[in-house]
Ligand binder design. Structure first.
Ligand SMILES: Nc1ncnc2c1ncn2[C@@H]1O[C@H](COP(=O)(O)OP(=O)(O)O)[C@@H](O)[C@H]1O
Ligand SMILES: [Mg+2]
Length: 426
């Protein structure tokens, strides 16, 4: 298997040299910054296509859907079977994506912690106190209860837990965690109905949006996810996530993106159980990532290397990212690419990219960048590069065929999903 890929080319005194990103260095990740239209998505598309041609597992999370269509038109025949395409905008059927389905205890705890982080990210990104420790505790205990037992459960079943005594009893039978048992037997038993319903209202006011939207409910409410994320990693699949906001709405796109990143992360951490030589490299691309990454993810970047995950992130300007994530990115990322940016970012970058100056970043022509490239574990001095033009389309019939195949293989017909949801919510 080959891992080395080309990011772009360097031109020095009329001599062109390919900028090669080596396998081991890719596990130290890549971050790319630049104004809209400078060629960022194209760089990721070209890189991801090389990974696909090199027989690797990849995931591309695409906020517009255009990069995915582009990739689909270029996937070679021998990899068609590896493609797993998630398209939430489909009206006839739904791909299940249950944040809370987990096979191991540590995974349960991890996903519940992620659930709480997702709530913060969606409803209180600056952590101003809208979501407090008490709500966190309730949500943690409720989520762990919903997940208990052989059938598991999803986020949309949480309100039912507080409204349906029979369902509550059925779930509580399976609990083993003393903290969660105490929550039901001691804490909740001593909580007034008024306070209970207040908490429940709080949950549904935040979460109601997803529960009342049939499209979202049918996706996040299914107990079993359509994809097994462990297999996607270990069998080197091509997971393409189409989150076109225009089709499904911004907050829905954000929610789904956050769930994908959380599920992938859980699968990566599970690789602790397999031998290091079997942790085949897997490459994740997140375009316009600012809304899809939680604090945990950013800080896990340093660890994900040992599990064979190489992460590629891009966005338009630093101020889109919370301070904590900015620092985690700058601290943990091996390779940085910067296209033309605005004045604030130019100032910051000139400090990171010595000897480049603020003016250098303000005056970059389209498709031109500066890069600090990790080479054999060491980050190079900054140098200049030009990106590669988009590669020619090779298989124009692919997109339609792949969309259909993925739907048949992974999605549930809408009618069936509607019926399941009625049972889970009632
Ligand atoms: N190196 C290149 N040479 C020629 N055209 C390019 C190159 N890189 C990108 N493009 C084109 O420029 C446009 C903007 O690129 P895109 O990657 O979408 O930018 P961004 O993601 O930064 O907004 C697209 O139409 C793309 O096909
Ligand atoms: Mg783009």
């Amino acid at each position: 298997m080959r891992n080395n890929i080309t990011i772009g080319k360097n031109i020095f005194r009329n001599k062109e040299t390919a900028i090669i990103f080596k396998d081991a260095d890719r596990l130290r990740h890549m971050y790319m910054l630049g104004k809209t239209g400078v060629g960022k998505s194209t760089v990721f598309q070209n890189m991801c296509l090389q990974d696909i041609l090199n027989q690797h597992g990849v995931c591309f999370i695409d906020p517009h859907g255009e990069s995915i269509n582009w990739l689909l038109g270029r996937i070679p025949k021998n990899r068609l079977e590896d493609v797993v395409l998630f398209d939430p905008s489909d009206m006839e059927c739904s791909f299940g994506l249950n944040l809370l389905d987990a096979s191991e205890n540590f995974e349960k705890d991890f996903l519940v912690a992620q659930t709480i982080e997702i709530f913060y990210k969606l409803f209180d990104p600056e952590k101003t106190g809208i979501i407090g420790p008490q709500f966190e505790h309730w949500l943690r205990c409720a989520a762990l209860t919903v997940m208990a037992g052989p059938d598991g459960g999803s986020l949309i079943e949480i309100p039912k837990l507080f409204m349906d005594k029979h369902f509550e009893a059925k779930k509580r039978k399976y609990l083993k965690d003393p903290m969660v048992i105490d929550f039901w037997t001691k804490q909740l038993a001593n909580t007034s109905d008024f306070h209970k319903s207040e908490m429940l209202n709080y949950f549904t006011s935040k979460f109601g949006h997803f529960m009342n939207n049939a499209l979202m409910r049918n996706i996040i409410g299914q107990r079993k996810s359509a994809f097994n994320f462990d297999q996607i990693l270990d069998q080197g699949k091509i997971l393409l996530v189409d989150l076109s906001k225009g089709k499904i709405g911004e907050i829905n796109a954000q929610m789904l993106g956050l769930i994908f990143v959380s599920k992938l992360q859980a699968a990566v951490l599970k690789r602790a159980n397999i031998a290091p030589e079997k942790r085949y490299p897997f490459y994740l691309y997140v375009d316009e990532f600012q809304n899809l990454i939680t604090d945990t993810f950013a800080s896990l970047l340093s660890e994900s290397r040992k599990y064979g995950l190489g992460v590629h992130l891009t966005n338009q300007y630093f101020a889109q990212l919370p301070e904590k994530i900015q620092n985690a990115i700058l601290g943990n990322i091996g390779t940085m690419v910067a296209f033309e940016v605005g004045i604030e970012d130019a100032e910051r970058l000139s400090k990171e990219f010595y000897p480049m100056t603020k003016e250098d970043f303000l005056n970059l022509p389209r498709f031109n960048f500066y890069i600090k490239l990790m080479i054999d574990g060491k980050t190079s001095e900054a140098f200049s590069g030009v990106s590669l033009p988009p590669q020619e389309e090779t298989n124009p019939d692919n997109p339609k065929a792949i969309r259909l195949i993925s739907k048949l293989a992974y999605a549930v017909p809408k009618k069936l999903a509607d019926e399941q949801m009625r049972n889970y919510i009632r």
